[in-house]
Ligand binder design. Sequence first.
Ligand code: ANZ
Ligand code: ZN
Length: 807
Amino acid sequence: RQSYRPVEMERRWQRRWAEAGIYETDQDTAKPKHYALTMLPYPSGDLHVGHWYAMTPSDTRARYMRMRGHRVFFPIGFDAFGLPAENAAIKRGIHPYKWTMSNIENMRGQLRQMGTMFDFDAEVVTCDPEYYKWNQWFFLKFYEKGLAYRKQAPVDWCPSCNTTLAREQVVGPERLCERCDTPVVKKNLWQWLFKITDYAEELLDFSKIDWPERVETLQRNWIGRSEGAELVFEVEGYGPVEVFTTRPDTVFGATFFVMSPEHPAVEKITAPEREAEVRSYVERAARMSEIDRADATREKTGVFTGAHAVNPATGERIPIYIADYVLMGYGTGAIMAVPAHDERDFEFARKHGIEIRTVVAPPGWEGEPLQEAYVGEGTMVNSGRFDGMPSGRAREEITSWLQERGRGRPAVTYRLRDWLISRQRYWGTPIPIIYCEKCGTVPVPEEDLPVLLPEDAEFMPTGVSPLKLNEEFRNVECPRCGGPAERETDTMDTFVDSSWYQYRYLSPHYDEGPFDPEAGDRWLPVDQYTGGVEHATMHLLYTRFWTKVMRDLGLVDFDEPMLRLFNQGVILGPDGNRMSKSRGNVVTPQEYVDRYGSDVLRCYLMFIGPWDQGGPWDGKGVEGVARFLRRAYSMAVEGFASDAGADPDELERRTHRTIKKVTQDLENFRFNTAIAALMEQSNYLMAVRNRVDEERWSEALRQFILLLAPFAPHHAEEMWAAIGGKFSVHTQNWPEWDESLVAVEEIELVVQVNGKVRDQIKVPTDVSEAAAKELAMQSEKVARQLEGRSVRKVIYVPGRIINFVAG
Ligand code: ANZ
Ligand code: ZN
């Protein structure tokens, strides 16, 4: 009898799998393809339980698809650029490259221990020039198409550290610098953007993908489509200024005008005597985050510029204010303010004593002043020839009326902004652009790619991008005129890397393009993507955008990168909070792997709850799963002794029921109930072992092992070998069920109260005592007998009689 040594056993199979190459990607195109993708990890040092929680169920699903007869591609890589590596360099003097690569080395080993079917030959490391060369290549294509452009855009800036800050380095509602607690300010820099807004409308179309409702809604709101009109107001002494409004019907009620403090016209229109006040307001606004500025509950502040605009509907002169609740990045950065029908404008008008003129009458309105903004629909009043019209119709008619007079047109605005990709950082992809005094902005010629990230750089904050201080990198010859020129020294946002990595996996060393088109034909697009919902509005939107651009460049012939998406939930620490280093509630997978082996941890994580909901970590629960696998294992290795008593048909029915249940659960990512069904079947197999026909029991065990294989790949392989199965269990076919055997058979159960027959009820053949009791008590006849009495004892003869002894 073999003793159970799971850790050793798992190592042994991992070696064998590697030697036999069973996880090399199957290229047999006679089989249907399945490209399974899990979000690539950041190489932070160690795989934590969160990685296990994301990856191992994805692996189980990929293994299942393989057994179902698909050729499966399931790659993994590392999202290797980014800030933590640079911070490590600053804090500990380790070069970001070294830090990253040694973390990757460590994590590779840990990934192998997981017992996944990842095809490690397809690995992609995004900080490798072989990878980022194609970021640069894409940049050039985007630039040619007018999808990459440069403009002045604000960054968060710490005046004390003298550096730009990433979003995550600005902490708290006070917006302090993470390093020195100084309040952060905004600073305008020339930066590169990708024109994702060109695709806003198409990104709202989800008809070609099967993604969670929640992600669709988050993206839809993020894109934020608004229909309305752009109206033109003449600003005195300046010229026409456009506003975007969703309510052109209210234009007769626009009694003032507001510009964002950043609006380019502000400086020019401000009256000399108001300059000081306006300037100090602009400076204060620059320090605030857009999120705070858009917060509806904040007090509405603002200052008068001394200038006036002309309302194009009424011809009236109306005062122009600046106020921080108007954002430069939305619409046109200026609004017509209609206090009667907009809450913010109402509050502002009250404070500044501006007229509140009702132009859309609420039902039953008799001319009394409004106590709050009326934002609903109604009948037009105080609006000249449009009086009496329903406001909905007036929206269209007023727009056309103003359009005819050259004062407006229908317009759609999106909340979505262009994607700002410039980072004033070292550890990223250099942007392949050269600035020449004579030729201007010159793209690096394709044949000069990659623009290598130089090894030396100054990581300590100096106030400029680290690459700017590297003379050798910065000074170049202009590729056009050969004269002296300078390289762009910003690097790309790391979301660029993850926007297209799924394509690079197909041919990570291909050097004639971002991916080998032949491999693309065989595998694209991704069939099943899995990962966290926290990426809904960034990565998951960017990769959709990227794919649409690739389509328009003729690189792919489909519209969406990933056909199906499943979002796993979050795993909570023992204290019920999200696991995180800062909370100190992190469970390291290694201690469990060392003690129980990987299969136990895999199964435990899949068992704790529905995968999309996550669940709390409970160390005690691990023991139960360990027991399940240990007992399952012993069944296979210990063999069989005798066969009498139990019903082999019932065994077969249970097997088929389990196949159906596990199959359907795997289709729907319900790993927890699949494992529960496997546990139940394992218990049953144990219970009838030695009491049932050996051949049929062995067949049931064989099927059980196949079902277990995607969940506990090492245990299943060992068990498979023990019963004489041919290597490997993972290349076997998934079992099928016979529907006629799945139907639950029922029997008649006699229900007695104190020995007297009171009813006969139908129950499933395999009903447990607890379930039989429940069902019997639901019988009205029985309930009548038991009323007012207490049940002292229940006698249950399985499948025949249940007797309540009541007093
Ligand atoms: C006049 C008006 C009258 C408005 C009224 C609303 C109600 P959504 O739906 O979110 O697209 N707005 C336009 N640009 C803005 C900016 N840059 N910053 C802050 N607010 C801005 O909102 C569109 C409305 O938000 C626009 O319609 C405009 O106010 C305001 F009874 O114009 B409205
Ligand atoms: Zn030049």
